[in-house]
Design a protein around this ligand. Structure first.
Ligand code: FAD
Length: 515
């Protein structure tokens, strides 16, 4: 098998494999799944960001964990082959790519492992690392009336892909990121070993793989905590002119006990203009809602702030009970009273809300345009400075898409995972979700992202990139800070030849060939 792989790789000079060789390789790897020649036009060489493309050697569609282990083992027997797990390819900067290496299409395993469990009275679901969160949601709700507790805003992302980063949304203030809501993983390490791990069994691998940017292993199964699924959601947006009032209210809500706050808290910045994408029209939840700018105080600046919250309820609850609970919470907040928008939607509809945006963007061609996104975690101590310079000046006309900002609590994140956070209990996620047409603007916007990061560094802001992307080892060292040594030790233990997730550009494949 190895001889065959070596010949193919040499013959093709690490380019995509000719079709004849694909079947030979498939046989020699003894795969239950299938293998396709890579190629720059193929899905394996692209991602949602649309900023990078590379030529993989081949795209593997495994039938399960054993296939994945075989591919990693085979790569480990060569001097230079790498392996990238590809979730749904929703990375921005080529993180799920493998230049001249194997890309594993995790979606081909999405049906595997789906199994509910009850342990000590608590409910869990075992799911494939290649499952889409939207499918986990639909199946759990329709079959068991249960649902995971912590989400991302958009659910066409894979379980393994978000767990390799963190997975955050408006529920994370209460339950922590998705990485805080799994209790067991099955992982294929960079040595091709299949290992089950948890907080008590192979714990270094378990915590290391969570937020581990795919560096320590390929997550093939995850055990996800569940809770009873509500039927309905009261979804609200309220508008602020002052950043200090917006952050005070958001921080108030995320620090209240369960039952004393909303179930979901997010927010965004928007331009004080009639721009259809970046301005007032981006606020209403329904085409019937009207945003009347006459209600905006004269003192308002170039940007405004919108707090987005949601409260769960059951069909059996009386509408008046929901109204009372919402009014009681809103009474404590200092938004512009006449700029309040609300809607009742089913719980599943609420969680799938970005799907509608996707369909709309696909219809007008924006979904496939480049997305030079920037995601940053910024500590509470630095967020006012960030607003003053970045939102109010650099980005006052918007970014051609949402500019999210909402607070999270460090105590809900496990410090043993590989995720890197700023200091302090309260920090904000800022997400600049740019949708831009192809062309020179893309470079300008990438440059603007760099300018923002440069400014944060220059001003000494306490921040870390989320979904980080760096080109040099020095930058990665700085990113991990005092967690770098631990991360390198974990890499040495679980992927000593740096075979996995080469698109993150953290470690270089070493040439050590196993005896
Ligand atoms: P990919 O992009 O395919 O992979 C990401 C990285 O993980 C790669 O390095 C890959 O090699 C590795 N990887 C993939 N699968 C596995 C696996 N099974 N085991 C180990 N490593 C693996 N993130 C949030 O936290 N919150 C949000 O609300 C949110 N919203 C988003 C909305 C949109 C429209 C998009 C495009 C992205 C959003 N993200 C959000 C970012 C998302 O979490 C990342 O893109 C993440 O990478 C998941 O995408 P994916 O499943 O397509 O993984």
């Amino acid at each position: 098998m190895i001889a065959c792989l070596g010949r193919i790789v040499q013959d093709t000079d690490a380019d995509s494999i000719p079709d004849d060789d694909v079947s030979t390789l498939s046989e020699s790897l003894d795969l239950q799944g299938t293998i396709e020649s890579g190629g720059i036009t193929g899905v394996a060489g692209k991602d949602f960001g649309g900023l990078y493309s590379v030529k993989p050697l081949a795209l593997i569609k495994p039938s399960g964990t054993e296939d994945i282990a075989r591919v990693v083992k085979a790569a480990s027997q060569t001097s230079h082959l790498t392996v990238a797990a590809r979730g749904n390819g929703h990375s921005i900067n080529g993180q799920a790519m493998a230049d001249g290496g194997f890309v594993i299409d995790m979606r081909s395993t999405e049906e595997n492992h789906f199994k509910p469990l009850t342990i000590d009275g608590s409910h869990y679901i075992d799911v494939s690392g290649g499952a889409l969160w939207e499918d986990v949601l639909r199946r759990c709700v329709s079959m068991f009336r249960l649902a995971p507790r912590s989400w991302t805003d958009y659910l066409s992302l894979t379980v393994g892909g978000t767990l390799s980063n963190a997975g955050v949304s408006g529920q994370a203030f209460r339950f922590g990121p998705q990485t805080s809501n799994v209790t067991e993983l099955e992982v294929v390490t960079g040595k091709g070993e299949i290992t089950v791990c948890s907080a008590t069994q192979n714990s270094e691998l378990f915590f290391g793989a969570l937020g581990g940017l795919g560096q320590l292993g390929i997550i093939t199964r995850a055990r996800v905590k569940l809770q009873p699924a509500p039927d309905m959601v009261r979804w609200l947006r309220v508008v602020y002119t002052e950043f200090e009032e917006f952050t005070r209210d958001a921080e108030f809500l995320v620090t209240q006990e369960e039952g004393e706050s909303f179930d979901y808290v997010e927010g965004f910045v928007f331009s004080n203009s009639d721009d259809p994408i970046n301005g007032w029209p981006s606020v209403p939840l329904d085409p019937d809602h009207e945003f009347n700018p006459a209600y905006i105080p004269q003192t308002a600046s170039s940007v405004l702030y919108c707090l987005e919250v949601a409260l769960h309820y059951r069909n059996s609850d009386r509408p008046s009970t929901v109204d009372t609970a919402v009014s009681r919470l809103l009474e404590r907040l200092g938004f512009i009273q006449r700029l309040k928008f609300q809607l009742n939607v089913s719980y599943v509809e609420f969680l799938l809300r970005v799907k509608q945006v996707e369909e709309h963007a696909k219809a007008n061609g924006n979904w496939d345009s480049p997305h030079p996104w920037l995601n940053i975690f910024i500590s509470k101590s630095s967020i006012v400075d960030f607003d003053r310079t970045v939102f109010r000046k650099m980005l006052k006309d918007g970014v051609g898409g949402p500019m999210l900002i909402y607070p999270l609590l460090r105590s809900k994140w496990n410090s043993r995972t590989s995720v890197v956070l700023p200091e302090g209990e309260i920090f904000y996620i800022v997400a600049l979700l740019r949708f831009v047409p192809k062309g020179p603007t893309v470079e300008k916007l990438v440059a603007q992202n760099h300018e923002i990061i440069k400014w944060c560094n220059k001003e000494g802001l306490d921040f870390k990139l989320y979904l980080p992307h760096y080109q040099s080892k020095e930058d990665w060292k700085r990113h991990f800070g005092n967690q770098w040594t631990r991360f390198v030790e974990r890499k040495t233990s679980f992927d000593p030849m740096a075979i996995l997730a080469p698109g993150q550009k953290i470690f270089k494949r070493t040439h050590t060939i196993k005896p």
